[in-house]
Write a protein that binds this ligand. Sequence first.
Ligand code: SF4
Ligand code: SF4
Length: 370
Amino acid sequence: MTKVYCKKASYDYAVIKPVVFEMMDLHCAGRIRAGSRVLIKPNLLAPAPPDKAIVTHPLIVKAAAEYALERGARVQVSDSQAMGTFERVLKESGIKEALRGLDVEWRELNTSVAIDIGEPFNRIEIARDVMEADVVINLPKLKTHAQMLLTLGIKNLFGCIVGLKKPEWHFRTGVNREMFAQLLVRIHKAVNPAVTLLDGILAMEGEGPGRSGVPREVGVIMGSSDAVALDVTVCRMLGLDPFSVFTNEAAKDLGYLPEEIEVKGELPEIRGYRFPEIVPLVFGPKALHGFMRRYLVQRPVQDDALCRLCGECWKYCPARAITRDRQKLAFDYEKCIRCYCCIEVCPHAALRTEEPLPGRLFKRLKRDSF
Ligand code: SF4
Ligand code: SF4
């Protein structure tokens, strides 16, 4: 029986430390020894303070690091951020300050090794430090995600794909979200974290996972040695069908869903959590797919009053679908693969998804006809 532990917590180190230590004891006992190379992988998407709920809270990173250090391990904190410099992410998130005085190395993931993750992706490049670590500690943040619905334990490990290889994989899987979810599950399997500890104390709802999302107090830390079990349990806590999250569905299809999940501790019932609206990108006859994507599917749009033309979105867009047109952004919706990475990296919350008018009408007609 696969176990998922759930504990109420707050961002008080006297509360967090024993919770993290207990969960690490349950999942990593014996795996972290003197001299072990331990890599801690938080969610360090972008430079942001803890109250924005964009990155894993510094006190959780600190507690995981202290646990490994006390067992004599060599500890490294790493990620490959989507925007800004790694140094800036550490500074603004408060992680640099939290780790002050601890013998911890922090380093951006920037070199890769080719790993065969199986059909149809075969050999893909994953961060060398991650693949060479003895133990990986996965520290996701509970956040919504405009493309995948939620980003939890499995999605967090996409950060082990270095730099611009990430948008490249978005482009290669294109509009096929199921395929992208399969890629994420296989990356997670290749990385094989010893434990996944989810920061669900201050979570994010709405149009996450970047600045367009809204912080929401949930007040829990959850832990498991099985990230799929953890992700499924988070959905149950939020009142969501676990298989509406693409990564959970992909894990089930690939045979990684545990037969039974036992929840230890008290799983709260979170009501009214706001999720991004995810509509199928294409459905029905293939000949209509282009039309549907153009006219029915949500597209990224900018708020001109908030956009500062900083360029982060067009630098990151895997489809090269964004250009600057004088003092405005211009989207090429023919090219756009609806990955919503632009919304994720925008530092000024100037982007959101919007359904084109035909899409709204189509939905209303569909609703009224039942
Ligand atoms: S939409 Fe956001 S990321 Fe893009 S240019 Fe404007 S402010 Fe920058
Ligand atoms: S415009 Fe935005 S949603 Fe479209 S492909 Fe580029 S990053 Fe993805």
